[in-house]
Ligand binder design. Sequence first.
Ligand code: WTA
Length: 658
Amino acid sequence: MATKPSSRQSASKTPIDSLMKESRLFKPSAAFTKQANAGSSSIYKEAEADPVKFWEQMAEELVWKKKWNKPLEWKAPDAKWFVGGTLNVTESCLDRHVLVNGTTRRNKAALIWEGEPGDRRVLTYYDLFRQVNKFANVLKKFGIGKGDVVAIYLPMIPELVIAALACARIGAIHSVVFGGFSPESLRDRINDAQAKLLITADGGYRRGQIIPLKHDADVALMDCPSIENVIIVKRGEFLLRVKEGRDHWYHRHMQEADPWCQPEYMDSEDPLFILYTSGTTGKPKGIMHTCGGYMTGVHATTKLVFDLKDTDVFWCTADVGWVTGHSYVVYGPLSNGATQVIYEGAPDWPDQDRFWQIVEENAVSVFYTAPTAIRAFMKWGRQWPDKHDLSSLRLLGSVGEPINPEAWVWYNDVIGHGRCPIVDTWWQTETGHIMITPLPGLIATKPGSATRPFPGITAAILDENGKEIKEGGGYLAITKPWPGMLRGIWGDRQRMIDTYWSKWPGIYFPGDGSKIDTDKYFWILGRVDDVINTAGHRISTMEVESALVEHPVVAEAAVVGIPHELKGECLVAFVTMRSGMNQDERLLGQLKDHVTRKIGALAKPEKIIFTADLPKTRSGKIMRRLLRDVAQGKVMGDTTTLSDPDIMKKIKRHYEED
Ligand code: WTA
């Protein structure tokens, strides 16, 4: 199974522009194609001829209680997929692997979990099925039912998967909040969704430290009137305060719970979950996904992009707090009956070979991670992966941000040993599932390109006016509905229309720039709005600005994203102070801590620059473009519209001295 470059060049630092001109192509080997779940290019032709029929065929692979009577109703921006169908997604993820006569998966490992300190648990499909049913009954006991929102704030432990599926079993809508978010972020998400119950843990481990989740949740809950009950999973021996009447131990209630819970049959279009993501304003958006369409897209992409077989061991390193963990840890691998690894902690704990040790010890065969992690591995050096036997790997994936060609080639050579196809997958929280990606047995790859739309997806590059660009750069657009598309922003329909559907009529605007080359390969360039991708996480610069100005010493703040060697992009903040404040190192540290407290460590600016003023247009709009130029050390752009053109010189001088 080889992916060999047809014309090999050195992995120098090549910008995407010049790389697009070169002919380096990695073709799938005949052996890989022969065994691939998608082994014939007719899949592209058939899906192109009739995408709705293609998606219907994919939907047939799920367990439905009642089949749909119409595959699609589409009136932009509203799509309904598999209209009239009913299902409970947990029957596809669990029941069919354990209850159907002749199944060979009942005792197959569903989750191989490793905690950061080295503890390990294996849950078979039957174990997982029983735990999910039990916990679904616990939730019912606390009055949770169809349509209620349940917030989940847990470390990467099996109970996170169990909790999400238990909600799905009874038709409750889960809203998972990443454990790295601050109490305030948790509070805002709970309040926006009016969650009735919170599931958290006494703590979790990260880089040898304890993450005090329950303590943070208590801070959040001081101002969350909708929460009636809190269920606490006991992860360790962590100290915590239990509030009588409100707080309940997971393990106590699980002991008494019945191991069978009748699934709640849902309409295909009923909500499955909400997941908050950053937008261009300070307020995160609750992206809504439904049962039938989302599950169809996730099942199909998992099967065809990751080529999963019963013999595989799949490891997607994403946390379930992000959409990648929802789609490719919880729903996709389980509906495909896969064995997967999940890991609680950091990749460099206790040493920088922790991931490779996990790959070796569990014979991981399909590995899916983010470019930011790959760049960190590169920096740590190949001696770490070289210490381990990685011969079980047969397919590698990347997601979350553009992968630079040097990282792609390193991943191919040092981790894949030139044997493993690489799938660079472009998608978003809003799209639900992978949208642009090679199918590993069919598409020759080029380092840095996500290649072609998945079958059944139609993407194009458009200019501002919606005119298609056949070769060159512009805005990425998705021109036809797809099953996993977001059905709304929780409680804010207008924002959904304004954000995604108003640039061009009836066409989805993801907010990314992209190029397309003569082979019709897409080269995603990154966000074109005020959202940045830092270390694989999506952060709104406005959100960080709002956090900064809430600090008593800050008068104004402007935050921009600039390229960063490891994180892809990082945040730089320009801050003006209220008069009489000392601009010293201590204050810098305080401001960084303040952002961490408000949002979470992932939003901490890499650099904070104090400045006497910010560049503004005459109408008072902050010109972030100019600040971005200064922060990148570029020659400054046009300053003629500035109300005070001299200000840029001062800021630049200040930045260079810093
Ligand atoms: C970026 C993560 C280039 C993009 C699944 C998108 C990518 C945002 C890729 C969504 C990729 C994701 N190549 N850019 N393969 N994958 N992105 O919602 O800017 O956390 O809009 O979903 O990540 O981030 P989100």
